[in-house]
Ligand binder design. Structure first.
Ligand code: SF4
Length: 361
């Protein structure tokens, strides 16, 4: 088994009671069978309380009227953890925000930026996102209908995409455009059934000389922003936040919009490093999933569009706060965005479909 693990995976520590948006609020937590069995057999005095807080039919923890987990105390700590210790937690609670992607004989481990601590860690560091890779003796049964050769090509392509995105000698907008042009050439080869040549086609695609025009255009960015309304809102006030940002950003003219973008960029020296980290995060987590549907371009463009839309939300926050924004504000926007998108299969699919229908290069 080949394994890849993002840097910082093992050193991640939950900030528990200090977390501004605990993972136990807003999401239904599914309980694995092994944990359920343990809860059923719990013999301590806490056992009855524990069992009463579980929806046995749905196999989830019950929630209160504010969609907070029944075990989440007002001080932000987990009541079950406090009574029964860490070993009592179910698989979801033990593993989050650790995320695993599975391919035939490959496991990839990353940290989800829907967790505030992960988002802040990612945005506060200027060190490029990186991974370690190693092999062990575990071997699994071959997957049915797994296109192993295509997967290998996707891994090579992903490395090349990340290398382009992390080449900080090149302006960020041009890196994005170059990367998208190459993935677009790969997509065309795949669409024509020439998947053996897809890497060569991608390599041959010329480097961009300028950024993607749509990302500098008020009208085009407004269209991309409005894609967010097509996603099912998952958290309280998310849609209201989008409406407020839309009003601040797009009810102006192109000249003012361009000027604000430039002023914001100047005020945030590491802005493009942060955007690069977001693009690379999404590429690493999702790009190789194209082995199942071959929509490589949609996934690459989605990674870039996510970074630009988060940039738009940062800009709106900066405007709202008299042209100031902290790293905590930026992390909050990133983790809220990720929660809306990444924790819903429907929303992820919807975004991928929209990107497939709005090719920008
Ligand atoms: S969201 Fe992250 S920091 Fe917050 S409680 Fe969950 S794991 Fe801990």
């Amino acid at each position: 088994m080949l394994r890849r693990k993002v840097r910082g995976y093992d050193s991640f520590r939950c900030i528990a009671g200090d977390c501004p948006q605990t993972c136990c609020a807003g999401w239904l937590i599914e309980i694995d069978d092994e944990a359920l069995e343990g809860y059923q057999k719990e013999t301590s005095a806490y056992g009855e309380t524990l069992r009463a807080r579980i929806d046995w039919e749905e196999k989830v923890f019950r929630q209160d009227a504010d969609a907070r987990c029944a075990f989440l105390r007002q001080d932000g700590l987990c009541d079950m953890y406090c009574h029964l210790g860490e070993d009592s937690l179910c698989l979801t609670c033990t593993s989050y925000p650790r995320h695993t992607e599975e391919f035939e004989n490959v496991r990839e481990y990353s940290l989800a930026i829907s967790c505030p601590a992960v988002a802040e860690q990612l945005l506060a560091t200027t060190q490029p996102l990186s991974w370690e890779t190693w092999e062990d003796d575990e071997i699994e049964e071959p997957y049915e209908e797994f296109h192993g050769i295509l997967y290998e090509k996707l891994v090579v392509m992903r490395e090349s995409m990340i290398a382009i995105m992390q080449d900080r000698r090149i302006p960020f907008a041009i890196r994005c455009h170059t990367m998208l042009r190459k993935v677009n050439a790969m997509q065309e080869a795949l669409d024509e059934g020439r998947w053996e040549a897809c890497l060569l086609d991608a390599k041959a695609a010329e480097d961009a000389k300028e950024g993607v025009r749509a990302f500098a255009s008020l009208e085009d960015m407004h269209v991309l922003f409005r894609n967010l309304y097509a996603l099912e809102p998952l958290s309280y006030m998310w849609r209201e936040r989008l409406l407020a940002a839309e009003h601040l950003l797009y009810e102006t003219d192109q000249e003012t919009y361009t000027h604000l973008q430039q002023e914001f960029e100047t005020s945030q020296p590491d802005l493009f490093v942060k955007m690069e980290q977001i693009v690379v995060y999404f590429i690493f987590a999702y790009f190789c999933g194209a082995v199942y549907d071959e929509y490589v371009y949609a996934l690459a463009q989605e990674a870039v569009v996510n970074a630009y839309l988060i940039r738009e939300l940062w800009l709106a926050k900066w405007l709202e706060q008299d042209k100031t924004i902290t790293i905590k504000d930026m992390a909050e926007i990133a983790y809220r965005y990720s929660r809306e998108l990444e924790h819903s299969e429907e929303n992820l699919e919807c975004m991928e479909e929209m990107m497939d229908g709005q090719i920008l290069v």
